[in-house]
Design a protein around this ligand. Structure first.
Ligand SMILES: [Zn+2]
Length: 148
């Protein structure tokens, strides 16, 4: 079930171009074959209306419509045995922590693990450490008047 959520989230990310991957179209096609058609159908209907198909739960509320969710839904989400829908807006729900754990534990099974990591390092640490006002302040101290 976690894997299903994962696939949905990834699919949405790719389709909304929140995630950028080299062969996004191929990944999307692959993900679509893994998601059960009825779930995909519902997801597609939401997306067609310009809504997100799957949204995270925060503070026990759906981040799609900001309605508070019944505790039963939350506990089902924590069990992660079945996919849950928001009663109000009909979006699929997931708990970020549940899915984050799944990301580490469930790598894609049929893809060969040739991951070249850290090849593209776009954001270089460009934060410059300024010397601060220390140097000029020091001079002033040295030049202290010696009143005699
Ligand atoms: Zn909702």
């Amino acid at each position: 079930m976690k894997e299903l959520l994962q696939n949905l989230i990834r699919l949405q990310g790719l389709e909304l171009e929140e995630i950028r991957e080299k062969n996004a179209a191929a990944v999307i096609a692959d993900l679509r074959t893994r998601i059960p058609p009825q779930i995909l159908g519902h997801y597609d209907r939401l997306m067609a209306r310009g809504k997100k198909g799957i949204v995270p739960v925060r503070d026990q509320a759906c981040t799609g419509c900001h309605m508070r969710l019944p505790i039963g839904v939350i506990s089902e989400l924590m069990k992660a045995e079945d996919i849950q829908l928001c009663d109000t807006c009909g979006r699929y729900l997931y708990l970020e922590e549940t899915v984050a754990v799944a990301t580490i534990q469930a790598p894609p099974t049929d893809a060969p693990p040739k991951r070249t990591k850290a090849l593209r390092q776009k954001k270089a640490p460009s934060r410059k450490l300024s010397a601060g006002p220390g140097s000029s302040a020091r001079k002033r101290v040295v030049r202290k008047r010696t009143a005699s």
